[in-house]
Structure formats: structure tokens, C-alpha cells
Design a protein around this ligand. Structure first.
Ligand SMILES: NC(=O)c1ccc[n+]([C@@H]2O[C@H](COP(=O)([O-])OP(=O)(O)OC[C@H]3O[C@@H](n4cnc5c(N)ncnc54)[C@H](O)[C@@H]3O)[C@@H](O)[C@H]2O)c1
Ligand SMILES: [Zn+2]
Ligand SMILES: [Zn+2]
Length: 341
């Protein structure tokens, strides 16, 4: 079957790979849609590991239920892409995101477990979740990034009437802003280096206002706007300027959630955190419960994530789509791949 694999720095190739075979009780699926994630972009930019077939946000149709007796051929599913061991203290307390093995064999993020940038996939059975009929394939492919935002906002523990800044208007920033409003924030701002994405966040109704992160005065403007600082800052970029801004514009004693990932060490002005007693909290992935909550919210029509989907492309357009998503000027935020196109 055809697939898209990392070939080098910012370079994919469309190539042939063997179809997955039934083994270890894995669930085999036909992939309907796969999302391109900001984390995938980090791998593509680094060019490693060569041969990686990404795609950890997906909707599939079961072709072989493997060891899952509750599933049948034709069921529509998604899955947590992680590989927790199942028996460490983190796993046993419902926090697989802390398990040391969680990313080792992650689907679409490890060489041993190819992801959805191919028409067929094998998925670890205990991670598979059947989805209701009333959510579309596109929504199903959006569950994973939506759960990342939900987890970040749960950790922020936003109070009604507070002011929240989200740094970075990629999909993680947009869903975080959406949930911040749902939690009762009365003012949600987004800061962005890409004006098209900043404007879009306001147009889509997830942010009240956007700020140009390239403006040399942005920090002063943000502090002035909130009369001394934001109650919460959700950092969804991972780079040093963004983290530094987060710690500068949060109010004394306020809480910053670090969601953005950096492949490099990031230097942060710890003195800001020390002198103003900041609460700085990391956020990784989601719990199983949060993943299911996102499916439930979609099924109950309480959230609309389809408004974040900009395009659906075939395998031959994956390279161009990554270039579009990293142009710094295009307003596209989420592109889904249909590997059968
Ligand atoms: N912690 C987790 O569990 C988790 C899960 C998924 C993604 N992530 C990470 O979260 C980050 C966001 O993911 P995404 O899919 O939204 O990525 P993305 O690349 O689509 O979005 C990042 C956005 O940040 C903007 N940006 C860059 N530098 C900025 C700055 N200094 N100030 C303001 N805006 C800036 C970019 O223009 C871009 O729109 C990535 O680093 C990704 O790896 C973390
Ligand atoms: Zn993702
Ligand atoms: Zn474990």
C-alpha cells in the first residue's frame, strides 16, 4: 500500500509499505481521515526518524477486531495513540500520560507503529475507542488534539470571570481558547506571530481579541489590557519568546500552563516566576476520560471542531500541506489527510 514517510529535513516521500497483518490482538482498520498535528511538524522539520509514517489523530473502520470481542467489522473507531505499560503507578491511577512507556511505541510517532498516513493501520486493542454514528469522520480525527486542549484547561482550573491569554493560534491554542470560554473566562486573547491565524481565531469566535506577537510593544499592550496581567496564560508554541512572554504577562501569583513542545532547551526567565510567585504547570496529552469526554461533547453537539478544519487532502498533497501549515502567513490551522485519495 502507499504511505507517506519522512525522508529528510522538511521532506516526505510517498512510497510503498507492507499492509499491516493481524498479530498481538491488534485491531486492523481502514483509515478514513488523519490529522496533521503541530507535533508531527516538529518531526518533519527535524527530518527524523527517516521512514516514520506519522498520523496519530485518526478515524478508521474496523476490518479485523483482533482481540476486541466487543468490536465488529465495520465499526468506526479512533484510539489513544499512546503505548502505556498498564501496570506502573501512573497507569494504575488513571494517568497513562505519566507512564514512562507512553510514547515509546506511540502509533504514528514511533517507527514500530506506523500511523494514519497510509490507508491501513494496526492499533493496539486496548487503546481503541468506538465512536457514535452522529459524529463525522472529520470530527473523529479531531478528537485527539481536542483532548490536548481539554487537558490543558482542566489543569489551568479556570474560574468564571477570569482573563486568559493563549499564546499560539494553532489547533492546540484554538481548542484551548474554546474550552477556556466554556469554563467561564470572560476575556480570552490570543497572541500570534501569524496575523492570518490571529484574525481567524477572533473570526471563529474562540478569542475576543488577538495580539501581534511580532509587535515590539506586545508585552506592554497585554499587561495594559489586563491592568497588570492575565489570570491564566496557556502557552501553545514551545519556543523561548513565547514562554518568556507567558511568564511576563501573567499576573503575580497567576498560573501558566506550558503545552508547547520544543525539541531544544528553552531558556526561561525564572526570576519572573520566583519574584512573582508564579504557578507554572506543564501539560502533556490527556487522560482516557478526557479523550472520551471530547467524543461525548462532539456527540452532544456541545462543541464544534469542524470549523477548525481547513482542508482535506490526499497522500500526494501531504508535503505541500506541511509547507502551507509552516508558511507563517497562511491561515490554515488543521489539514486532514484522506489516505485513499
Ligand atoms: N503537551 C502536549 O500534550 C501537546 C500535544 C500536542 C501538541 N503539542 C505542542 O503544542 C504546540 C502547538 O501545537 P499546534 O498543533 O497548535 O501547532 P502549530 O504549529 O499549528 O501552532 C503553533 C502556533 O504558534 C505560533 N507561534 C510561534 N511562535 C510564536 C510566538 N512567539 N508567539 C505567538 N505565536 C507564536 C505559530 O504561528 C503557530 O500558529 C506544538 O509545540 C506542539 O508540539 C503539545
Ligand atoms: Zn496530535
Ligand atoms: Zn505505565
Amino acid at each position: 500500500m502507499r504511505c507517506v514517510a519522512i525522508k529528510g529535513v522538511r521532506e516526505f516521500e510517498v512510497k510503498e509499505m507492507p499492509e499491516p497483518v493481524a498479530q498481538n490482538g491488534n485491531v486492523l482498520v481502514d483509515v478514513k481521515k488523519t490529522g496533521i498535528c503541530g507535533s508531527d511538524i516538529h518531526y518533519w522539520v527535524s527530518g527524523a526518524p527517516v521512514g516514520l509514517v506519522m498520523g496519530h489523530e485518526y478515524c478508521g473502520i474496523v476490518t479485523d477486531p483482533g482481540s476486541r470481542e466487543d468490536l465488529k467489522v465495520g465499526d468506526r473507531v479512533t484510539a489513544l495513540p499512546i503505548s502505556p505499560c498498564g501496570h506502573c503507578p501512573a497507569c494504575l491511577t488513571g494517568n497513562p500520560q505519566y507512564c514512562p512507556e507512553t510514547w515509546t511505541y506511540a502509533t504514528g510517532l514511533s517507527l514500530t507503529n506506523p500511523g494514519g498516513l497510509a490507508p491501513k493501520m494496526a492499533i493496539r486493542p486496548d487503546m481503541v475507542i468506538k465512536v457514535p454514528d452522529n459524529i463525522s469522520d472529520e470530527e473523529v480525527a479531531m478528537v485527539e488534539p481536542t483532548a490536548v486542549g481539554l487537558h490543558a484547561i482542566h489543569l489551568a482550573d479556570i474560574k468564571v470571570g477570569t482573563r486568559v491569554l493563549v499564546i499560539g493560534g494553532g489547533i492546540i491554542g484554538l481548542v484551548s481558547a474554546m474550552f477556556a470560554k466554556m469554563e467561564g473566562a470572560t476575556y480570552v486573547a490570543i497572541s500570534e506571530t501569524n496575523a492570518a491565524r490571529g484574525e481567524k481565531a477572533v473570526k471563529l469566535g474562540v478569542a475576543d481579541e488577538w495580539f501581534d506577537a511580532k509587535d515590539p510593544e506586545v508585552v506592554n499592550k497585554l499587561i495594559a489590557k489586563t491592568n497588570g496581567g492575565f489570570d491564566f496564560v496557556i502557552e501553545c508554541c514551545g519556543n523561548a519568546p513565547a514562554v518568556s512572554t507567558a511568564l511576563t504577562v501573567v499576573k503575580p501569583g497567576g498560573r501558566t500552563i506550558l503545552v508547547g513542545v520544543s525539541m531544544d532547551a528553552v531558556t526561561i526567565p525564572t526570576v519572573l516566576a520566583v519574584m512573582r510567585e508564579l504557578d507554572v504547570q506543564g501539560a502533556i496529552a490527556y487522560t482516557r476520560e478526557e479523550f472520551q469526554t471530547c467524543i461525548d461533547l462532539m456527540a452532544q453537539k456541545k462543541i464544534n471542531v469542524l470549523k477548525f478544519v481547513d482542508d482535506i487532502v490526499g497522500l500526494d498533497q501531504v508535503q505541500a500541506s506541511y509547507e502551507r501549515l509552516t508558511s507563517g502567513t497562511d491561515d490554515a490551522v488543521k489539514i486532514l489527510v484522506d489516505p485513499n485519495r
